[in-house]
Design a protein around this ligand. Structure first.
Ligand SMILES: Cc1cc2nc3c(=O)[nH]c(=O)nc-3n(C[C@H](O)[C@H](O)[C@H](O)COP(=O)(O)OP(=O)(O)OC[C@H]3O[C@@H](n4cnc5c(N)ncnc54)[C@H](O)[C@@H]3O)c2cc1C
Length: 466
């Protein structure tokens, strides 16, 4: 935009928004350029900081009228680069919309503004003696809007599903300022298209999520976890099947760490490893059971003992207190921080059909070692739902990542299980979506954001005009 047009837009914004909703020029704080992957982000000419849905609508409508591109930002913990700023893009931050309504007596949902950190929703649920089903390591900073825009998953997808499953209602603002509000507290509502679904996982490209009504779950009375060393990855999958059969849906997490991640994170955090046994795979398994299901814990323990006796598991430690329970989770939660400390690190957030994960891990490790025999693996992730944080170290990151993602596609998996496509995975979208699917995404983008002002160039590019 020319300087004159930017000035005219800023004058318009100053008319429709209160002063505190607008940050301009030198006043723009460097925090909007933060990126978890430390990649460069341009300085935005201004930042919109609306305090209400009406202010979002007014700000966006003005930007739309001037063709001003906007980047939508929540907590900037995203790992695909969608919130990173390109030259000329302004920021729309939800940081002032953080309200979480107290849960009403008897209610099984909570209403939250999009800028509320996930942890605030978890706390509101606990205050009503319920729980929220999604938990991720970035819970203190990642926002509900960002969670919805990336369809966040996390450690308990096995039991409660991804973020999509938690959204009972949603409010969003389109690029022209139209407000779509569907926040009714009803479980059944089938009146034509479910437009809410469009915004879940669309990475801010179709609209701005402003509020959401989120489902809550009964608070588990019994929680237990165990850390298990396995002789093979195949054995980890057999243990998963056994535990599922034994404790059913009370199995709430089944997380894997390969030796590189396990030894690396314990050393990085300065912890004593929970198990000294050397093994090719380690698993953190958890159950959550409601009152009246006391036998679930006994069955869980008995299944682990049986696995050890049969040689299916090499060693296991079961937490004996809330402190030990948390210590096992701290180990798992520390993995992202640990891998961030490594040099020459590449990371793919991928999923593969669970039954094929062992073959995939063997073949992919051999394929990456064929590119660089020194490749070191620090893989961890949500084995229970087939999602791996496939982290590895090599100076040959680009050919290795291209090979890995091609293999994911060959195995019928997804090149982005949780973090979206953003900018970083855009060159690989064709490995998980067909030309017809990408063309349909473009049609939706054109229909809802014809001026392409919202998160332009994220997920996919539009074909050049003419
Ligand atoms: C330590 C760590 C652990 C993590 N663990 C997990 C995990 O287990 N599972 C998982 O799924 N992810 C995980 N993530 C990734 C990240 O936390 C999620 O993607 C999160 O949902 C992003 O939320 P955010 O508020 O930080 O969004 P941002 O990073 O600010 O934005 C992410 C995307 O959402 C869009 N967006 C943000 N707010 C809105 C809104 N209100 N309306 C429309 N679009 C919006 C942005 O434009 C961008 O496209 C982890 C990240 C870290 C750093």
């Amino acid at each position: 935009m020319t300087e004159d047009r930017t000035e005219a837009l800023l004058a318009r914004l100053a008319q429709v928004l209160p002063q505190r909703a607008l940050m301009i020029g030198d006043a723009v704080d460097p925090r909007y350029q933060e990126d978890r992957r430390n990649r460069p982000s341009a300085r935005p000419p201004f930042v919109l900081r609306p305090g209400s849905t009406a202010e979002v609508a007014a700000g966006v409508a003005a930007c739309n009228a001037f063709g001003q591109p906007l980047v939508v930002q929540g907590g900037r913990t995203g790992l695909s680069g969608a919130h990173r700023i390109w030259a000329g893009e302004a920021v729309l931050s939800l940081e002032r919309m953080t309200a979480v309504e107290p849960v009403q007596p008897g209610a099984t949902t909570v209403l939250a503004e999009a800028g509320a950190p996930l942890q605030r929703v978890q706390e509101a649920a606990l205050a009503a003696d319920q729980i929220f089903g999604v938990d991720i390591g970035a819970r203190g900073t990642a926002t509900i809007g960002g969670n919805i825009a990336t369809n966040a998953g996390g450690i308990r997808v096995l039991r409660y599903g991804m973020f999509r499953a938690q959204v009972a209602g949603l409010e969003a603002v389109l690029a022209d300022g139209t407000i779509l509000s569907a926040l009714k507290d009803v479980e059944k509502d089938n009146c034509g298209y479910d437009l809410n679904q469009l915004f879940i996982g669309s990475e801010g490209t179709l609209g701005i999520v402003t509020r959401a009504r989120l489902r809550l779950h009964p608070r588990p009375v019994i929680e237990a976890n165990a850390f298990v060393a396995l002789p093979t990855i195949e054995a980890a999958l057999v243990l998963l099947t056994r535990l599922r059969a034994a404790v059913g849906s009370t199995l709430s997490a089944f997380e894997i760490m390969l030796p590189g991640a396990y030894h690396g994170v314990t050393k990085h955090l300065g912890l004593t490893p929970p198990l000294a046994t050397a093994a090719p795979a380690y698993v953190l398994a958890e159950i959550q059971a409601p009152a009246g299901a006391a036998e679930a814990e006994e069955i869980f323990m008995a299944s682990l003992v049986a696995a050890m006796e049969e040689g299916l598991a090499l060693d296991a430690v079961v937490s004996q207190s809330p402190r030990e329970f948390q210590a096992l989770w701290d180990l798992r939660d520390g993995c992202p921080e640990y891998v961030r400390s490594l040099q020459h690190v590449a990371s793919g957030d991928i999923s593969v059909p669970t039954a094929r994960i062992a073959d995939f891990l063997h073949e992919s490790q051999a394929a990456l070692r064929a590119i660089d025999p020194e490749t070191a693996f620090h893989v961890f992730g949500h084995l229970g739902d087939g999602n791996l944080h496939y982290v590895f170290q090599t100076p040959q990151k680009e050919p290795a990542m291209a090979r890995l993602l091609q293999l994911v596609s060959d195995y019928g998996g997804s090149i982005s299980a949780e973090h979206g496509i953003g900018v970083d995975k855009k060159p690989f979208l064709h490995l998980s979506r067909s030309p017809a699917q990408i063309a349909t995404m473009r049609l939706l983008k054109t229909a809802l954001d014809p001026q392409m002002i919202l998160n332009r160039g994220r997920i996919f590019d539009m074909p050049a005009a003419g």
